[in-house]
Design a binder for this molecule. Structure first.
Ligand SMILES: Nc1ncnc2c1ncn2[C@@H]1O[C@H](COP(=O)(O)OP(=O)(O)OP(=O)(O)O)[C@@H](O)[C@H]1O
Length: 551
């Protein structure tokens, strides 16, 4: 404001015939210097605050992610989590480091200017606000309906990006099977509908918003002020110095308002982002006992016991009253038709979720009463989606035992039937998947098995997942699994019945219930679901072999 005040003060003095204007100029220049330091200081403080807040939020988010049930992650893709932890927190930067300072800087001058103008001449001050008030009313009217469409606009953006991702992901399949053009048709359709929506939206608001913008522009304010002020000054109702004040300060209100409007948009976006962060922070966690129980590994009885377990995904009941006991050092296989609840059951053991009814116990202690880190000292798992972290294969293998030496890592890799393959890589165990090494799905799974062998937890949950592996890979995975199962209590989801013939116990699931259980021979003798599945499995194998031989 200082240069503007200086202009008015200098004209006032000159009009009085006082030519001593240097002190005013010096004060204005000093004020400018103070402003520069002030702006720099404010920016610095705001950025420091941003660093502290972002750090605090990220730490809170990571803590939260650690406490969320693992099932929460399987229901979401990693993109969602990354968006909140990385992008959303980064977007808050705008709010904390910039918007606060910018909005303040934009809001203060108009307020001061209006106050000052009212002191100089309240009637002219009202006149200077006239174009603004009319402009705001027009703008408000135009936006009243349009504002409600903002969520629809965001919805369209999500739909558009989903269609684009679908188009790119499915392009191979559609190219191979679909008629030409099918792949892009859906994407084009969504784009076209979006364009239509957007045009309608823009059209409904454009005329009014252009009028509003013209009204609140500095030019309009200046036209009104010079006309009214000129007439009043000429008639002797307004001193010339006051008229100059209005010419100088009159447009400050409108320019400030316009800056305010442009800095409000990032503010609104940041608030939406803050909502997403808050919703992640308030996602329900797995309850943790205030006085956790430490399970006694020497307690008599089964290592794992499930009683009357029921689990539903919304309306879909996946498990309906399951009882299960895993005896120490035994291998129990879960079999059943697709969708019978095998994965759901297996994932309750490492507490991906809690059952809605019934309980899961480890050495007689309900999992809900055990500290999660204590639970993972007992239970390891290898699931189909073999997870490799972006670090060396050595560190991937020793994730569960970071202090393991090289010999132990190599021994585990050897038992998991993957050591030779890893030694073939240019940097051996130092290689990083995705950077200087690529492994097949089966090979990644064997690395995960090596991790489980090294972690040496007494209970192991496995998804056999050999259905899609080639015979050699399958045989190797089988060998690795037999190795890892030695002396451990194992629950394995079996996709090929031939691989679990020797299991100590086989549990047959159907529609979320255990319908048969026993050893392979006992189940065959029952002539029930298992026997039918076995026949089907055998038939599929022989017919595949016959077909290959016939060729
Ligand atoms: N995240 C989920 N949300 C909703 N329903 C689910 C979810 N996961 C599984 N289901 C449903 O729960 C039931 C049991 O699924 P589950 O994956 O446990 O079966 P499964 O026996 O492991 O199947 P498969 O052998 O095909 O892997 C199915 O009806 C499935 O559609």
């Amino acid at each position: 404001m200082a240069p503007l005040v200086a202009v008015v003060e200098i004209s006032r003095r000159l009009l009085r015939g006082d030519t001593d204007v240097w002190p005013v100029i010096v004060v204005a220049l000093m004020a400018l210097v103070v402003k520069q330091f002030g702006t720099f200081g404010a920016g610095l403080l705001a950025h420091l605050a941003d660093i502290r807040v972002s750090f605090g939020i990220r730490r809170e988010l990571l803590g939260k992610l650690r406490r969320l049930p693992l099932g929460w992650f399987t229901d979401r893709n990693s993109g969602t989590v990354k968006k909140v932890v990385e992008d959303d927190v980064a977007a808050l930067h705008q709010l904390i480091a910039h918007s606060v300072v910018e909005v303040t800087a934009a809001a203060v001058p108009p307020v001061v200017a209006i106050g000052y103008l009212f002191v100089v001449d309240w009637r002219m001050a009202l006149v200077s606000l006239l174009p603004l008030v009319v402009g705001m009313i027009v703008y408000q009217r135009a936006m009243a309906g349009a504002g409600t469409k903002y969520p629809v606009f965001m919805e369209w953006l999500t739909r558009l990006s989903a269609a684009a991702v679908e188009f790119v992901n499915g392009i191979g399949v559609v190219k191979a099977f679909g008629p030409p053009g099918v792949a892009s048709r859906r994407f084009q359709e969504v784009s076209r509908n979006f364009a239509r929506f957007f045009l309608d939206w823009a059209r409904s608001t454009s005329r009014a918003s252009v009028i509003a913008e013209i009204l609140v522009s500095p030019a309009s304010v200046l036209v009104v002020l010079t006309t009214v002020g000129g007439v009043l000054t000429a008639a002797g109702h307004l001193p010339l110095a006051s008229f100059i004040s209005f010419l100088v300060f009159g447009t400050v209100t409108t320019t400030g308002l316009m800056t305010l409007m442009t800095s409000v948009h990032p503010l609104v976006t940041s608030l939406a982002v803050a909502r997403d962060i808050r919703s992640l922070l308030s996602a329900p966690e797995l309850p943790v006992a205030t006085h956790p129980v430490v399970p006694d590994a020497d307690a008599p009885g089964p290592v794992i016991r499930m009683r009357g377990v029921r689990f539903a995904y919304g309306e879909t009941v996946a498990l309906d009253g399951v009882d299960l006991e895993l005896e120490r050092g035994t291998v129990t296989a879960l079999v059943g038709p697709s969708g019978s609840g095998k994965s759901t059951l297996a994932k309750l053991l490492p507490r991906f979720d809690d059952p809605q009814q019934g309980s899961v116990e480890l050495h007689g202690a309900d999992l809900r009463t055990i500290d999660p880190s204590e639970l993972y000292r007992h239970v390891a798992f290898v699931f189909q989606d073999a997870a490799m972290l972006r670090m060396s294969i050595r560190d991937n293998i020793r994730l569960g035992r970071p202090d393991a030496d090289d010999a132990a890592v190599r021994a585990a890799a050897g038992k998991a039937q993957i050591l030779n393959r890893l030694d073939e890589l240019p940097r051996g165990l130092e290689s990083v998947i995705g950077e200087d090494a690529e492994l097949s799905g089966g090979e990644c799974q064997r690395v995960c098995i090596a991790r489980a062998i090294l972690a040496d937890r007494p209970v192991l949950v496995l998804d056999e997942a050999t259905a899609s592996a080639d015979p050699e890979n399958e045989a190797r995975i089988q060998d690795a699994l037999s190795e890892v199962a030695r002396d451990r209590t194992v629950l394995v989801i079996a996709h090929r019945l031939s691989t679990i013939r020797n299991a100590d116990r086989i549990l047959v699931l159907d529609a979320g219930r255990v319908v048969e259980q026993g050893r392979h021979d006992e189940l065959l003798a029952l002539q029930g679901l298992y026997a039918r599945m076995w026949q089907h499995d055998q038939h599929a194998r022989t017919s595949a072999v016959t077909k290959v031989e016939a060729r």
